[in-house]
Ligand binder design. Structure first.
Ligand code: AMP
Ligand code: GLY
Length: 416
């Protein structure tokens, strides 16, 4: 079996690793992949989606697994183009991926199907947004793909004004609307669901840590770490999430004629009123994938292959007991910027942990160096949260590069 994964980051490194550890050992390809991914998969050099599809047809790729979100909504959409070419794709069609690409689309979907979410107003200008803000803190969201950085939780008018200037005056994220949302409170949880038409399978839950500094201080990032365990949510909570969020979401997709085959990420806040949807993503989370996927047992390859063809078979995989913890090592300047070219030391000293490469490259001497904001994901498992945490941090300590940033409270904050 030949499988191609789209993307180049830590999530894709983790997906490819899980596929490579499947019993049938598929032949793997990655587009565009990375220097680190090249040890697992053949990198495909295609300038655009049409060229990628042509490559997949010519190579006889049996399955395309969508990693990054951007390709799902580019051109006619990765999944739609695969479908036309007769290649099974584990990732949703363009029209369905609007759930992530357009926050307005997602909010209207949630409202239409009675799924709990924060109240909101869609605004087209700074003046409209200022008029829609009823109280502080308020939540402002740029309506489009912004790599996890288009959201600001603003404690006061000054910060709201500054973010509105970023969006409407400086056009930092490009053109687009803005959503003003009621600020919710409570712990967050990431629920991953494999959705295959009207069938669904809820995977192991995770929690990510989005702010750059300890104790949730500083700006939002793509994610500075994650913790995954079945123990993150008890049976009663999972039942409630299934009934109030997952089922109506899957039924809503069917009612709206939005065919969906792929991972769906429900970002929830566990508010005093119950679980509410903060956002949908039409892919696995990053860095949650790096924490969850090492816990998968069974045949992940056959699971994805069958589901992409309309047969969801939850019995093909299971999830390990215990805890999995991912600590992100980020580069200097992140998230406002990122510094590339800092040599990474100590990778070879890592033991009893996995390292997924989020943003690295090999320099001409063959040494890995930083190449992006999030650089590495150090991941360890343990029977207890503290054992997994100690193991992850002990290994993270071995890896050094200039300007490294990381949080020290992954899997600690919200638990102790
Ligand atoms: P999003 O990109 O929509 O997931 O938002 C990024 C982060 O902003 C979330 O993970 C939350 O931490 C925070 N956030 C988003 N919406 C809200 C909300 N309505 N109330 C409080 N925090 C929010
Ligand atoms: N961990 C957040 C995301 O994948 O968007």
């Amino acid at each position: 079996m030949k499988i191609l994964v789209t993307g180049k980051g830590g999530r894709e490194h983790a997906i490819l690793t899980a596929l490579s550890e499947s019993p049938s050992q598929p032949q793997l390809f990655a587009w565009p992949g990375s220097d680190a991914i090249a040890s697992l998969a053949t990198r495909v050099d295609a300038p655009d989606l049409p060229a990628l599809i042509a490559f997949m047809k010519q190579e006889g790729i049996d399955l395309c697994v969508a990693g990054e979100e951007a390709w799902l909504v580019k051109d006619e959409g990765l999944a739609n183009m695969c479908e036309t070419a007769g290649i099974p794709c584990w990732g949703p069609r363009k029209e369905s991926a609007q759930l992530e690409a357009s926050k307005t689309f997602a909010k209207l979907f949630l409202k239409r199907h009675g799924i709990p979410t924060a109240d909101f107003t869609v605004c087209e200008s700074k003046a409209e947004a200022l008029a829609a803000i009823k109280e502080y803190p308020t939540v402002l969201k740029f309506d489009g793909l912004a790599a996890g950085k288009g959201v600001a939780v603003c404690p006061n008018a000054e910060e709201a004004e500054a973010f509105l200037d970023d969006v409407f005056t400086k056009l930092l994220f490009g053109a687009g609307n803005l959503i003003v949302e009621t600020c919710l409170t409570g712990p967050e949880i990431s629920i991953f669901v494999s959705v295959c038409d009207d069938q669904y399978h809820i995977l192991m839950p995770a929690r990510d840590y989005k702010r750059i500094r300890d104790n949730d201080q500083g700006p939002n990032t793509g994610g500075m770490g994650a913790v995954a365990s079945r123990d993150l949510a008890d049976a009663a909570l999972m039942q409630r999430i299934e009934e109030e969020i997952v089922k109506p979401t899957v039924q809503g997709l069917i009612k709206d004629g939005l065919r969906y085959r792929g991972f769906l990420y429900c970002g929830l806040m566990l508010t005093p009123q119950g679980p509410m949807v903060i956002e949908y993503n039409c892919r696995f989370g990053d860095p949650e994938a790096e924490a969850v996927l090492p816990m998968v047992r069974g045949d992940f390859e056959q699971y994805c292959f069958a589901a992409a063809q309309g047969k969801l078979a939850p019995e093909l995989i299971s999830f390990a007991e215990g805890w999995s913890i991912c600590v992100i090592l980020a580069s200097a300047g992140y998230p406002a910027s990122s510094r590339s070219g800092d040599a990474i030391c100590g990778l070879e000293q890592v033991s009893d942990a996995r390292v997924f490469h989020c943003g690295t490259r090999r320099n001409p001497a063959g040494v890995y160096e930083t190449n992006g904001g999030r650089v590495l994901a150090v991941v360890a498992q343990g029977t207890t949260r503290t054992a997994a945490r100690d193991q992850a941090y002990a290994n993270a300590d071995k890896i050094t590069f200039d300007g490294q940033q990381r949080r020290t409270d992954i899997a600690k904050m919200h638990f102790e």
